[in-house]
Design a protein around this ligand. Sequence first.
Ligand SMILES: [Zn+2]
Ligand SMILES: [Zn+2]
Length: 188
Amino acid sequence: MSDYMELLKKAGEFHGDICGGIVMGTKLAMYGMETMGMKPGQKDKRLIVFTEIDRCISDAVLSVTRTSLGKKSLKPMHYGKFAATFVNIDTGEAIRVVDLGANKKDRDENETTEELIERINKTPAEELFEIQKVSVKIDPNDLPGKPLEIVTCADCGEVVMDGKHHLKGGKAYCTSCFSGSYYQIIDE
Ligand SMILES: [Zn+2]
Ligand SMILES: [Zn+2]
């Protein structure tokens, strides 16, 4: 089995099935890691990955790069775009890999997943993706490692880590108390 087929199988198991996004995402993540001089499928402490979409493709990126939210090595950016950025935090080197096929209008909709897998396995990554050299500023609070800042919200009393608090009038507030929240507490 080729490296691609092996990593595709693993990504499929992680995601639940092998769909088009997993097929493309596996290839994209391998290309990104290889271009960074890293080994696909193996954890690399130097690597931080930004994914730009919360769809199937990002599960493949997560599986192949072995990055994780909990280790702060995976940064979901909700841009809704088929792209991911690979950053080497030791050297600062960074590349953004864009899925060219996802941005094409003339896609063959009759292609089965098996045919897609075969085609993607055979096609050189350079023909499927565009690589942009980029520079990424990462806040020290967002790097892996011990937390640098831990504060307590002056309003709700909950703990806020990693510099995600807001200062107002010399006091620290959580985002919910400072600028509103995605949830509302229901009084019963
Ligand atoms: Zn899927
Ligand atoms: Zn609060």
